[in-house]
Design a protein. Structure first.
Length: 456
């Protein structure tokens, strides 16, 4: 959800009175803000993104102090998994001292009013406002930016963590595009990653609104890197296989790729209709995405856009999906290149002998083996597993016997074994040992419980 409004909405006609907190940096820093020592500092602001977590609706009590720190730690963990990279960020905590715990709910009956520094509210009280719904968490942007400046004037992103159990969040548009809000209540991690993708990478929503039918062509091509109204395969914002039909849907894919499993068809990159709150005439890259619905990972277009955003300031620290970038990568020594393994491993159960792919049931246990090669001038080859909660583990790969089918001098083969976990995503990861512009060309072979699994 993206907002483009100013602070004029603040609680008019609700009985909730705006805070009278001063707006000068000196006063606000001395009176109501506790700037905790910077932590998770990775380097200079010139090559890192400065993210300031601002606590809203937290009282000066041991319970609220601990809760704020806990939620900041959870937020940092979310931003440590691909397509983000912890080493690309400097993190700061700014704890605002609130008279009340919680946030305003002006549209509740009766209205709930809280005395908090940023005047946060769930929904604009005006029925005509586009942000009237309860899940829009609004704050006073000017006060928010002043509070963040207490930690650093170089902030790139301000994440306001609102101490309220209700669901909600919002990413603001210019002139306050650095501000986003997230309730620490239900769905906290999902809302954070969704809103962060708006603010940090400029991504658009991919869900639809029943009140919006066809995207207005007079509006032109959407500015978002993950949304398009063009059906030209050659100029698409993301690569599309020549065999994939456009527009893309499950029925057509079933006709074109009858041997592919339903799960594989659902993961196909193409032009899926419906995005940017419109049901027709606008497209997204995959069927599901975190920008469309909760409990989903980012689609390929979003992953690539976030990686490019990271690279824009700190090249070498992005988790780059090399398969989505049509140009050679300038990767310095120590950079991380991360390529998604093009299969949902739990979508096939190799133990189910004699069954077709469509008949097989998901496998949620067993041992998988990845063979990668040939690779040259690389180091730290491994397989990364990101579980359903976003936690990351890395299984190092070791040199495997040479593949006799590979021309001599093309590079080495690596192999890694790991335990399957239902709902996890897997990536091949390596670091270039030399710095040069180059394409990465290699093969990935996957087997589960001793049987080969076809890749998409």
């Amino acid at each position: 959800m993206i907002a483009s409004l100013v602070a004029a909405f603040l609680m008019q006609g609700t009985g909730c009175q705006p805070s009278e907190i001063p707006l000068t940096v000196g006063e606000i820093c001395s009176d109501i803000v506790i700037v905790e020592q910077p932590f998770q500092i990775s380097g200079s602001s010139s090559t890192k993104f400065d993210v300031v977590f601002v606590g809203e609706g937290f009282k000066d009590s041991s319970v609220d102090i601990l809760l704020f720190k806990q939620k900041v730690d959870e937020a940092i963990q979310c931003l440590s998994s691909p397509p983000y990279a912890r080493s690309a960020f400097n993190f700061y905590r700014v704890r605002l001292v609130s008279n009340d715990s919680g946030s305003d709910h002006p549209n509740a009956s009766p209205a709930v009013c809280k005395d908090t520094p940023l005047n946060s509210t769930f929904g604009d009280p005006s029925p005509s406002s586009p942000f009237h719904d309860e899940w829009y968490v609004l704050v006073d942007e000017d006060r928010t930016e002043v509070a963040a400046e207490c930690a650093t004037k170089n902030y790139d992103q301000i994440v306001v963590l609102v101490n309220d159990p209700a669901y909600g969040g919002l990413a603001y548009s210019p002139p306050h595009a650095s501000v986003l809000t997230v309730s620490i209540g239900q769905g906290f991690e999902h809302v954070l990653l969704h809103e962060m993708a708006h603010g940090f990478a400029g991504l658009g929503d991919e869900y639809t609104d029943q009140n919006n039918f066809c995207y207005p062509f007079e509006a032109g091509e959407p500015k978002f890197p993950n949304v398009t109204c063009s059906t030209n395969r050659q100029t698409s914002k993301w690569p599309i296989d020549p065999l994939v039909p456009i527009p893309t849907d499950l029925d057509t894919l079933g006709s074109v790729f009858p041997t592919k499993s339903v799960c594989d068809r659902r993961a196909t990159v193409g032009l899926w209709e419906g995005a940017a709150t419109y049901d027709r005439c606008v497209y997204r890259s995959q069927l599901t995405c975190r920008m469309r619905e909760e409990n989903q990972g980012f689609c390929k277009a979003c992953e690539a856009a976030i990686a490019r955003a990271v690279c824009s300031k700190c090249p070498g620290f992005a988790t780059i999906d090399a398969s989505l970038l049509p140009h050679p990568l300038r990767c310095r020594v120590g950079a991380i290149v991360r390529i998604p393994i093009p299969a949902r491993i739990e979508c096939l159960n190799p133990e189910a002998s004699g069954e077709t792919q469509q008949q097989q049931q998901p496998s949620s246990s067993g041992i998988a083996q990845i063979d990668i090669g040939p690779l040259s001038d690389v180091e730290s080859v491994g397989v990364v597993k990101v579980d359903a909660r976003g936690r990351t583990t890395v299984e190092s790969a070791h040199l495997a016997p040479s593949d006799p089918s590979s021309p001599e001098g093309q590079g080495d083969w690596y192999t890694a074994r790991f335990e399957i976990e239902k709902g996890a995503h897997y990536y091949v990861e390596f670091s270039p040992a030399v710095c040069e512009d180059r394409y990465f060309s290699f093969s990935i072979r996957l087997s589960v419980n001793g049987r080969e699994v076809p890749l998409m």
